[in-house]
Design a protein around this ligand. Structure first.
Ligand code: FES
Ligand SMILES: [Fe+2]
Length: 361
């Protein structure tokens, strides 16, 4: 079967990508190889590698990695021992060296092999010349990103002017509040497609629709990211049902940044939320939300404002999960292969598909 697929860069003429991209496991392997191994992935938080020796482990595509702080530098390596592929780190913690938990080879925080027991007499074996394989790491405010591709452009080049655009929200100074994760029975792209348009707002999210000014909702595609602007709807006469009041915030807009392929940054005044969509199989994904705030509460579960905010987020997430899982099942229907895009409302989805096409074919 040919892995290539048709894609029309003109949204008015284009049909959506074929259903097999969501159903056939062969595409997931291709995506891991051609997309996830070459793009910036949000893997953790700066507060997890604040002190010398602190580390955490993560997975990017099929690859296990470890991220650590070595004095002033945050470094990343494949979490794969040079001996017989054991893990040099597990979970998270703080250590002065990394010791493989198979036969105990020990590496410095700069990745150099410093001790390999009982290897005397082995020819052409010099630990000082052996290093864990490094990967690119970049931090932005409280977020830590990794890129397996040593030749990939730096994160800040890919983000272009996103940091400047969200500067009024002061994201870089925010601190971690809490996290939640969901296992969802859909291909990771179904969840991303759904995120990238406000078209489903009136039907799927009646509660959120009341808060946002749908007519002025717009999606702005850039090279490797897109930005959705969702102005808050004006409140007339102190409507008690409303959760957000634009008159009470400095920036009367929510900004949703999506970074190709699978990361979202949702910014509101005083808080932001990251979403990462991790493929777990061709028809399953895990979605991780983390919240950050300029004024983190001591205990979000005991804080009335945060309880309300998290409950509203759950309401929207439940609505999205329900529709995404139905769509995944229907993408397997014998009668469906490709649909059409709304040129007015689905330019963000079309842009995502153009990047898929570019990376996969
Ligand atoms: S696999 Fe790491 S020490 Fe053997
Ligand atoms: Fe939604």
């Amino acid at each position: 079967m040919a892995l290539v697929f048709p894609f029309d860069p003109n949204i008015e003429r284009a049909a959506t990508i074929p259903a097999r991209l969501y159903n056939d496991p062969v595409y997931l392997e291709l995506e891991r190889e051609r997309i996830f191994a070459h793009t910036w992935q949000l893997v953790g938080r700066s507060d997890q590698v604040k002190e010398h020796g602190q580390f955490f482990t993560a997975t990017v595509g099929n690859d296990a990695i470890v991220v650590l702080r070595d004095r002033e530098t945050v470094r990343g390596f494949y979490n794969v021992c040079l001996h017989r592929a054991g893990p040099v780190a597990q979970g998270c913690g703080k250590r002065n060296t990394l010791q493989c938990r198979y036969h105990g080879w020990t590496y410095g925080l700069d990745g150099t092999l410093i001790r390999a027991p009982e290897m005397q007499g082995v020819e052409r074996f010099d630990p000082a010349e052996m290093h864990l394989v490094p990967i690119q790491i970049a931090t932005w405010g409280p977020l830590v990103f990794a890129n397996l591709d040593g030749k990939a452009p730096p994160l800040l080049d890919v983000l272009e002017d996103v940091p400047r655009r969200v500067a009024p929200f002061r994201c870089e100074e925010m601190a971690y509040v809490t996290r939640k994760e969901w296992d969802i029975a859909c291909n990771w792209k179904v969840y991303v497609d759904n995120y990238l348009e406000g078209y489903h707002l009136p039907v799927v999210h009646p509660g959120l629709h009341k808060e946002l000014d749908y007519d002025n909702y717009k999606v702005e595609p850039h090279r490797y990211f897109s930005i959705q602007h969702a102005p808050l709807r004006a409140v007339h006469g102190g409507n008690p049902d409303r959760r957000y009041d634009p008159a009470r915030t400095e920036v009367a807009e929510a900004v949703y940044v999506w970074l190709f392929p699978n990361m979202m940054l949702n910014v509101y005044m005083g808080q932001m939320q990251t979403n990462v969509v991790i493929p777990m199989g061709h028809d399953r994904c895990r979605v991780v939300f983390e919240w950050f705030s300029a004024a983190p509460p001591a205990d979000p579960a005991a804080d009335a404002e945060w309880t309300r905010l998290l409950a509203f987020s759950d309401e929207i997430q439940d609505e999205d999960i329900e529709i995404c899982e139905i769509v995944q099942r229907n993408l397997r229907s014998r009668v469906y292969d490709r649909g059409r895009y709304s040129a007015a409302r689905e330019n963000g989805v079309h842009h995502f598909h153009s990047l898929l096409h570019e990376f996969l074919t």
